[in-house]
Design a binder for this molecule. Sequence first.
Ligand SMILES: CC(C)=CCC/C(C)=C/CC/C(C)=C/CC/C(C)=C/CC/C(C)=C/CC/C(C)=C/CC/C(C)=C/COP(=O)(O)OP(=O)(O)O
Ligand code: 1GP
Ligand code: MG
Length: 243
Amino acid sequence: MLPSFYGSWRHVFKLDPDREIDDATLDAVCLSGTDAILVGGSSGVTFDNTVDLMSRIRRYEVPCAFELSDPSCGVPGFDGYFIPSVLNTKRSEWLIGHHAEAIRDFGHLLPWESIVGEAYLVLNPDSTVARLTGADANLAADEAIAYAQVADRLWRMPVLYVEYSGAFGDMALLKRIKQGLKQAHLIYGGGIDGPDKAAQAAESADTVVVGNVIYDNLDAALATVEAVLRPAAKEQAHVFRTR
Ligand SMILES: CC(C)=CCC/C(C)=C/CC/C(C)=C/CC/C(C)=C/CC/C(C)=C/CC/C(C)=C/CC/C(C)=C/COP(=O)(O)OP(=O)(O)O
Ligand SMILES: O=P(O)(O)OC[C@@H](O)CO
Ligand SMILES: [Mg+2]
């Protein structure tokens, strides 16, 4: 199998083209040591605001991928593209319908080598993405695990994204989902508001995504990088403090 552009990413910041970010904040995020910037949002993403944000991020060396939520926003120039399909939606257009239409209309133009399908398991019923896609987010643990295994074992999707956008998720469930995967790369996002939650998510997820806290508390957001990438450093600091 070819190496993926995202396989080594442990920590990622997600920036929303629909939200303002000043130059100083963007500078801190892009120079934070994170593995990558993921551009995406579930509403208000346009071709123009995506180009704007991408060209600002491109001043830095950090890898930058785009998570598409609207087929009309196919902006070239990213290192990679994630295409979400919502596993637990009741509306099939968010699982496969929009995708088939987009591929019918311009599949011949797409840079397939840098496009990755992403199975989305939406677990916060109050999130924008749950409302937008009509996701049945109130799942029992065994149902959530079964959805994950359909994506991983049956469909062999390369990426499973456990999405709690806006709320910190059930880490015991995340661990059980991880244990039940055969091959998919596990991404976790939702409600990480500082280093402790980031470290907890990183115990099970291959990649931890930090989003909204960037806009609410930049210092807390920046502290998540170290917590995920260098958890040993935190433990050592604790040992020194307790000596
Ligand atoms: C020429 C060129 C380079 C083109 C590249 C473009 C490309 C790769 C096209 C591929 C064609 C294709 C197959 C397109 C698929 C069509 C598509 C976009 C389908 C819909 C995807 C989908 C299920 C969207 C639903 C929303 C969703 C899952 C969004 C993901 C991001 C997300 C959840 C962000 C969090 O949202 P946020 O707004 O931050 O939430 P909060 O309010 O809670 O914070
Ligand atoms: O914004 P937060 O709650 O950190 O969630 C991150 C990401 O999973 C959103 O798609
Ligand atoms: Mg958001």
